[in-house]
Design a binder for this molecule. Structure first.
Ligand SMILES: [Zn+2]
Length: 290
């Protein structure tokens, strides 16, 4: 984010000062802050005042660093604007994304496992979601910031979790996944999803297979959403979305080590069985372009 008056930038979650969010840089402070959703404007009103739920103690160092960083920032009257943080000019490019993947530096080492999940580079959305940058992506597409967006399908605010988990077509997809894999409930956030266990997959491989699954679902939803938002094309039936998920996963199933390929195929079979149990034929369906 390029911060102006700070009203549209979230103090903790957005990347607006330095290379990573304060949430990542000052995790202990974030955990005890009394308003985790506070905007930069609210935090910076009059002076930088942030409230914490308990005394600081051992996290004084984080506090001192944060204060120092904030002392160099002053807000302006102009509106906040989104920018692509990986390129100096703030313009999105595949090259900068690739560099980031190859050398993520200190920004998000917890992403490494995801990038071990071999998937096409163009599954950039995964990275954006993980960084909670979906909003930024939307803004980049529009080239200007005009506030929070409502979901074009159901009018609720469209944040990442809404789009990928809580919007009705997405819920439909996760119900299908839940039933296919024997889960007791559907995930409603990325974090919840990543805690799921897939029966039949050894726990050391579980995360990679979950990312693979997540990539297929997220990509299918994202593409479908963009067709709807930007071209007014809406799928006739949420089951079409399931076919897309299967298509992407099938196309990507060969992009892994032979051992992982087996596990991917195993997952695919489960999902296909789940769809057929719902009265649908999928094995003969043509693969979707990736
Ligand atoms: Zn919706």
């Amino acid at each position: 984010m390029v911060v102006g008056d700070g009203r549209k930038t979230r103090f903790w979650q957005d990347v607006w000062s330095g290379g990573c969010s304060f949430m990542v840089k000052f995790p202990h402070l974030f955990k005890i802050s009394s308003d985790q959703a506070i905007s930069v404007a609210e935090a910076g009103n009059v002076e930088w005042r942030l409230q914490f739920r308990r005394n600081l103690g051992r996290i004084e160092l984080e506090w001192a660093t944060l204060q120092q960083e904030l002392s160099q920032i002053s807000l302006t009257d102009s509106e906040d604007a989104a920018k692509w943080g990986l390129e100096k000019k703030g313009i999105y490019s595949t090259r900068s994304l690739y560099r980031f993947i190859v050398d993520p530096g200190v920004i998000c080492r917890d992403m490494v496992e995801m990038w071990r999940t071999k998937l096409p580079l163009k599954i950039q959305i995964l990275w954006m979601i993980w960084q909670d940058r979906l909003q930024t992506a939307v803004q980049l597409k529009k080239r200007k910031w005009d506030g929070p967006k409502e979901c074009k399908l159901c009018n609720l605010t469209e944040d990442t979790d809404h789009l990928l988990f809580c919007c009705p077509p997405s819920t439909f997809i996760w119900c299908w996944v839940r039933d296919s894999l024997g889960w007791s409930e559907i995930p409603t956030t990325v974090e919840e999803l990543l805690q799921k266990q897939i029966d039949g997959i050894p726990s050391r491989d579980n995360m990679r297979i979950l990312f693979y699954l997540f990539a297929g679902v997220a990509w299918a939803i994202w593409r479908t959403r963009n067709d709807w938002v930007f071209e007014n094309k809406l799928i006739s039936n949420p089951k079409m979305l399931a076919y897309k998920v299967i298509g992407f996963l099938r196309t990507w199933s060969k992009m892994a080590s032979p051992e992982d390929q087996d596990k991917r195929r195993w997952l695919l079979r489960k999902l296909e069985d789940g769809l057929e149990a719902g009265g649908l034929r999928v094995r003969g369906a043509p693969p979707t372009d990736s």
